[in-house]
Design a protein. Structure first.
Lengths: 210, 308
């Protein structure tokens, strides 16, 4: 559905052909304010923290650490964690280790399709500084340059126990209202987009994947 | 007249709240039982409620058109409509709802209505996985409706009425009067159809939870999804109440209602955790073979043994 908006609210979508531009929404995403009453926002944050749906998208070698979370040994269901195959319904994106440029494009697409508030956990050392792939030609080094990260779990690879501990830590942060990655992304939207377009050469998708 | 109607609507709202809360609690309870079978602890009892609240509190929502909005509305209208014409507790003024002569047909129609509305809404989203889920879901529904409809026709012949209240009334006075003992053929056909209705294994291919195609609700999110999960709890409990009324003698109190519906649900759960999944073509073939034959036999049985 195409929305008619004033020029400062629209995105260029320069990567698309003229025919494709008719198919995608070109509205610029907006920041979302918390609820005016603090008790309501706190209650909403409590609900968000206790129902974390992880997007079932394995983005690197760390994806293998997500599978045991649902088994009898770790049982992340206790914390309200569940896997969700569609980005529309999920609220947590676990970046499993290194992100190659090809994967980064898909990560951005999936992240932007998630509905806010959404949280990103960066798993392993690779999203922090590149890790063992620091001089690779097709792997990004600092993930924070491309998408806002709410929580880092370092190690190579972190075991599922650490991931469970990280999820509990994320819940604490959400309850305190300190996880505003989605808003940070919108606030510095042009900076993030410039960084993303610098590494992704074949940008053939809309500027924001609604 | 108006005061009477206001009272009736108030009673129905109370029933709606109780049945929804019971459905949500039952979902968590069953999840925990399945978790125990798998050697896990499982979700907390209030997890379904938190999930609904979280989806409701999402800050953004994307629309795909008018029908996309109407899909969840139709779905929950189907759930509420089904409950509105089923007497939940026999002999209770508060829980008898809008039960009347011929409500059995209306209930079967309403059960279909929600699914069709859902299909239209999910179709508008344009996601290919939604379309696959709808195609699978509707074909499976067509298949399990056949034995269920045959079983219902059989008990209509048996009791010579289309009113659920009268069917429940005919089963009062001891367990030997229940349909499951007087017309066990129809009950068998209906319980096989019930397995398809609940959407647990072996008939959960159309939903395929936790996997790549999640089925019809692929594109639904935020408040749409919270409406749909609310309806899932309500509709699940309503179907249990209907089966209890038709085949297991109804209930005269809340405790009896809970025990009976829980036991009926456990049939689907025990079979669900024990058997792997059918492909959709296998499921359809299954429903058109044995359950349909049993359904036809139940009509013959009702006609020859019970009415002569």
């Amino acid at each position: 559905m195409i929305k008619s908006l004033s020029t400062e609210d629209t995105l260029e979508n320069a990567g698309l052909t003229e025919e494709e531009q008719q198919l995608f929404c070109n509205a610029r995403p907006k920041q979302y304010e918390p609820y005016p009453i603090k008790a309501v926002e706190d209650f909403a944050n409590w609900a968000r923290a206790n129902s974390l749906w992880i997007l079932a998208f394995g983005t690197g070698c760390g994806a293998i650490e997500l599978r045991p979370l649902m088994t009898a040994r770790f049982d992340a269901n206790r914390f309200g964690v569940a896997g969700r195959p569609t980005p529309r319904q999920s609220s947590v994106f676990v970046i499993g280790g290194y992100a190659s440029v090809k994967t980064l494009k898909r990560i951005i697409r999936s992240y932007e399709q998630m509905q806010g508030p959404k949280f990103v956990i960066a798993l392993g050392i690779c999203p922090v500084n590149g890790g063992m792939y620091f001089d690779s030609y097709n792997t990004i080094n600092q993930f924070d340059m491309y998408l806002p990260v709410d929580l880092y779990i370092t190690g190579c690879m972190p075991r599922p126990e650490v991931l469970v501990a990280g999820i509990v830590e994320l819940q604490k942060k959400i309850k305190q209202g300190r996880c505003d990655g989605a808003n940070r992304y919108i606030e510095n939207f042009d900076w993030y987009k410039a960084n993303q377009k610098k590494v992704i050469k074949n940008w053939d998708m809309p500027d924001y994947n609604w | 007249m108006i005061a009477e109607w206001i009272g009736k609507i108030g009673n129905f709202t109370l029933t709606l709240l109780i049945v929804t809360a019971y459905g949500l609690f039952m979902t968590a309870f069953i999840e925990r039982i399945i978790a125990k079978v798998q050697g896990r602890i499982g979700i907390p009892y209030w997890q379904p409620v938190i999930n609904i609240l979280k989806n409701f509190f999402k800050r953004t929502a994307v629309s795909h058109g008018y029908m996309f909005y109407l899909g969840p509305v139709f779905r929950i209208a189907g759930g509420i409509g089904t409950l509105a014409f089923i007497p939940v507790i026999y002999g209770s003024e508060t829980f008898s709802n809008f039960s009347m002569a011929g409500d059995l047909f209306l209930v079967i129609y309403f059960m279909f209505f929600g699914q069709l509305g859902m299909a239209l809404g999910a179709g508008e989203s344009g996601h290919p996985y939604s379309a696959i889920g709808i195609a699978r879901g509707l074909s499976q529904m067509t298949a399990y409706e056949v034995p269920f409809a045959l079983a219902v026709i059989s008990i209509v012949i048996q009791y010579d009425t289309l009113s659920i209240t009268e069917i429940v009334a005919a089963q009062q006075g001891g367990w030997e009067n229940w349909t499951v003992f007087t017309n066990w053929v129809a009950t068998l056909a209906a319980m096989l159809a019930f397995l398809g209705m609940t959407g647990y294994s072996p008939f959960d291919i159309f939903l395929a939870p936790q996997e790549i195609p999640i089925g019809p609700p692929t594109e639904f999110h935020s408040a749409y999804l919270s409406f749909m999960s609310l309806n899932r709890a309500l509709f699940g409990a309503t179907k249990l109440v209907l089966f209890m009324n038709l085949f297991f003698g109804g209930a005269t109190g809340l405790l009896e209602l809970m025990i009976k519906t829980w036991l009926i649900y456990m049939v689907a759960i025990v079979i669900g955790v024990s058997f792997p999944r059918f492909r959709v073509d296998q499921a359809i073939r299954f429903f058109f073979k044995i359950p349909t034959l049993i359904g036809i036999m139940s009509i013959v049985y009702a006609q020859m043994m019970l009415t002569s």
